[in-house]
Design a protein around this ligand. Sequence first.
Ligand code: SAM
Length: 239
Amino acid sequence: MNLALLHDEDLVAADRALIRGRRLQHLQSVLKSAIGDRVPVGRINGPMGTGEIVRLDDDEAELQLTLDQPAPPPLPLTLVLAMPRPKMFRRIIQTCAALGVKDIWLINSYKVEKSFWQTPWLSEPHLRENLTLGLEQARDTAMPQVHVRKLFKPFVEDELPGLLEGKQGLVAHPGTATPCPTHLPGPALLCVGPEGGFTPYEVGKLEEAGCQGVHLGPRILRVETAVPVLISRLFDLCT
Ligand code: SAM
């Protein structure tokens, strides 16, 4: 946790917050914080800055807030992701949040097992928790939006063309002819397939909607690896 993300309910005054639970434990056990220390904090979907620890008990810490910095710029990316296996899901969602992806569409695909959609990690509190962990890791406050579409065809035919307006559309698919571009000049929409890959029919439908097939070379990467590799090729994360 490189920043404590503050929810409205953490604020006891405009410039005072109380933190408990996981974030308090992190202050105590990892940062070994003491009264007078300043720790990085930010308000969800708001500014960031520091919190001076003015009281520290076993149960809570009280912070005096100075929130005077903007969150880092979001990535101009819409990520369309075939629903990953639950075991991977949390980590991928945290990584997406840490990398600055703000618009995530979880879609069905032939090789997505039906049971994946039953995962408790898709529930609102779990999604929020994992997105929060990613934001806290990266020092960001802007909460990503996650959309769930359990039917592939209606999504691709009815919604994808609208999402693609003003964006460069890409579908990452091993074996396609075009290498994944680098340093894109503008916004993009990127589709990433499931563990078993998109079927030829699905790639065809995504291409028909306006996404160009791109590859990352001959090595087949796990989704959790492919996502950060693709994003770091498409955008300069160091600016
Ligand atoms: N056997 C599957 C196939 O050939 O499509 C492998 C799927 S891979 C584990 C999961 C997803 O990660 C792919 O659908 C694709 O979106 C992305 N991916 C992984 N390695 C890739 C590569 N070398 N080029 C392009 N995309 C890749």
